[in-house]
Design a protein around this ligand. Structure first.
Ligand code: FA5
Length: 347
C-alpha cells in the first residue's frame, strides 16, 4: 500500500474510532491521541517513509501529512469537548438535589441591647445639635472627684467608692469627669457647649438585680448664656417622650449632687400602669430614671468659665436602667452574662 493510501486510511479509521467515543471515554481518547499523533505514534511512523519517495511526490505527500495531522488534531479537540460534556451530564443525572430539604440559615450577628439603646439616645441628641464626646474609663481622681466639686474627704465620695489603680488613678465612677474635660477644651467665643458622653463606669457596688459593679451611663452637658432649669426640663421631656412614648410625663424631685445646684432626680410616669401604681413603680406611679441639675458655679469656675456670665445644666442617666424599663428586663445581670437566649430577644 502506498504512503498516500496509508495516510488516508489512518485518517478514516481514526475519525471512525473517535466517533464511537461519545460517552465517558477520557482515558481511551487520550490513549488514541498518543497512539496516532504522539511522538512515537502512527503518523510519525508513516512520515519515516517520506524519504523513500520521489522528489516530485515528496511535497505532495508532505502537504497531505500536514492536512491529516490538522484534521485529526481538531477532531480530537472536538471529541474532548463532547466527552467532557457527556461526563458533566452523567454527573448531573446521577446526583439529585432535593429542593424540598429545609435550608441551613446563616446566623447573623446583631447589636447588644445596650448598644442599641445607647445608639438610639445618641441619635436623638445628635438631632438636637449635641456633639458626642468620648471619655476615659481609667480616670484621674482629679477629674472624677475634685473637678466635680468632691474634694478629698468629701463625705459624698462614699456613695461612689471604686477600684483604684493608684491613689490618684481610678476606674471612673460616673461619666461626669467628661464634663470638666470638655469644658476645659471648649471655645465659648464660638458658641455654647452641648454634648453627651456615653460610656462604661465602675463602682464598688454589690451586684444584685438592679446594681452592677460596672454599668453604663450617658452624661449630658449644656453650657451657654441664659441656660435655665426650664431648658433642662424641656430637653429631658423630649428625650423621655422619644424613648418611652409621647404620653409619658416627667417629674423633677429635689436631690443632691455636689456638682449641681440645684440638683434633681428625674422620674418618668410608669410605663406599665400609666401612673395608677403597680408592682413596677412600687405603687408610686413614677420610676426614677436619672440625676440632673444646674452645673455648680464652682465647677464652671474650675474650667475658667465666668459663672456670672454663663450657666449650664447637666444630667447623667443609667443606660441599663433605661433598657430595663423599656423592655421589661427584671435583672441587670442579664446584660453581661453573654447568654444568647437573653440577647436574641432584642434583635
Ligand atoms: C451620678 O452618677 C451622677 N454623676 C449623675 C449626674 C450627672 C447628676 C450630671 C447631675 C448631673 P447616680 O449615682 O445617681 O448619679 O447615678 C446615675 C444613674 O446611674 C442612676 O440613676 C442609675 O440609673 C445608674 N446607676 C447607679 N449605680 C448603678 C449600679 N450600681 N448599677 C447600675 N446602674 C447604676
Amino acid at each position: 500500500m502506498d504512503l498516500q493510501t496509508q495516510l488516508e486510511e489512518l485518517k478514516t479509521s481514526t475519525l471512525a474510532q473517535l466517533k464511537e467515543m461519545t460517552g465517558n471515554h477520557s482515558k481511551e481518547l487520550q490513549d488514541l491521541r498518543v497512539a496516532v499523533l504522539g511522538k512515537k505514534g502512527s503518523l510519525t511512523d508513516l512520515l519515516k517513509g517520506l524519504k523513500d519517495l520521489s522528489n516530485d511526490l515528496k511535497p505532495v505527500v508532505g502537504k497531505q501529512v500536514n492536512e491529516v495531522r490538522d484534521i485529526l488534531t481538531s477532531a480530537f479537540e472536538e471529541q474532548v469537548k463532547i466527552v467532557e460534556a457527556a461526563k458533566i451530564q452523567a454527573q448531573l443525572e446521577s446526583e439529585s438535589i432535593d429542593v424540598t430539604l429545609p435550608g441551613r440559615a446563616v446566623k447573623t450577628g446583631y447589636r447588644h441591647v445596650l448598644t442599641q439603646t445607647s445608639e438610639e439616645i445618641e441619635d436623638i441628641f445628635l438631632g438636637m445639635g449635641f456633639q458626642i464626646v468620648d471619655g476615659f474609663e481609667v480616670e484621674k481622681d482629679y477629674y472624677n472627684f475634685e473637678r466635680m466639686n468632691l474634694p478629698k474627704d468629701h463625705p459624698a465620695r462614699d456613695m461612689q467608692d471604686t477600684f483604684y489603680i493608684t491613689e490618684e488613678i481610678l476606674m471612673r465612677t460616673h461619666t461626669s469627669p467628661v464634663q470638666a474635660r470638655t469644658m476645659d477644651q471648649h471655645d465659648f467665643s464660638k458658641g455654647s457647649l452641648k454634648m453627651i458622653s456615653p460610656g462604661r463606669v465602675f463602682r464598688r457596688d454589690t451586684d444584685d438585680a438592679t446594681h452592677s459593679h460596672q454599668f453604663h451611663q450617658i452624661e449630658g452637658l449644656v453650657v451657654g448664656k441664659n441656660v435655665s432649669m426650664g431648658d433642662l426640663k424641656g430637653t429631658l421631656e423630649m428625650i423621655i417622650k422619644k424613648m418611652f412614648g409621647e404620653e409619658r410625663q416627667i417629674r423633677l424631685r429635689p436631690s443632691y449632687f455636689p456638682f449641681t445646684e440645684p440638683s434633681v432626680e428625674v422620674d418618668v410616669s410608669c410605663f406599665k400602669c400609666g401612673g395608677e401604681g403597680c408592682n413596677v413603680c412600687k405603687k408610686t406611679g413614677w420610676i426614677e430614671i436619672l440625676g440632673a441639675g444646674m452645673v455648680h458655679p464652682r465647677v464652671l469656675e474650675m474650667s475658667g468659665i465666668d459663672s456670672t456670665q454663663y450657666s449650664g445644666f447637666a444630667f447623667g442617666l443609667g443606660q441599663e436602667r433605661i433598657a430595663m424599663l423599656r423592655y421589661g428586663i427584671n435583672d441587670i445581670r442579664g446584660f453581661y452574662q453573654g447568654d444568647v437566649r437573653f440577647s436574641e430577644q432584642f434583635k
